[in-house]
Design a protein around this ligand. Sequence first.
Ligand code: PNS
Length: 165
Amino acid sequence: MTLAVCPGSFDPVTLGHLDIVARARTMFDEVVLAVAHNSAKTYLFDLEHRLALARDAVAGLDVRVEPVPGLLAAFCHDVGANAIVKGLRGGADVDAELAMALMNRHLSDVETVFVPGDGALAHVASSLVKDVARHGGDVADLVPPGVAAALADAFPARPTPGATR
Ligand code: PNS
């Protein structure tokens, strides 16, 4: 049995993430979507909420969702991962991901497999999705329905300044 870990912040999970998870599932017997902490980020959704949204999103995909309590490399060792799978949208992702891949291999010998994502989703990033939602834009075709609902709760529509009602 081969096992891949698809790690990330998933704040929140997007259709871009699900595309990569589905591709990983075609190459590995088991896939774990691993919700980890990125020290460089401030999160909109807390860990429990990110886990719940991800679990709802992968329902039916035969994918486990687990929290990463500390180092991703240690988590991969503990679960017996054969590889980390990360998606690439473009060159900026390579720059960001290569150092992490090398560090994770340095720490636990785990290899990272980079998978090109669906080009039609190359603009989909959690940070952009949150910004669109924060400003009242439609994110329904960028995220799973549960995430769209959570974003609507997080950013309730506000009356337009100057509007009478
Ligand atoms: O979606 P992100 O924020 O780009 O994912 C980055 C993440 C969370 C996978 C990375 O920050 C991570 O692995 N965090 C866990 C702690 C860790 O192992 N840090 C060293 C990474 S080389």
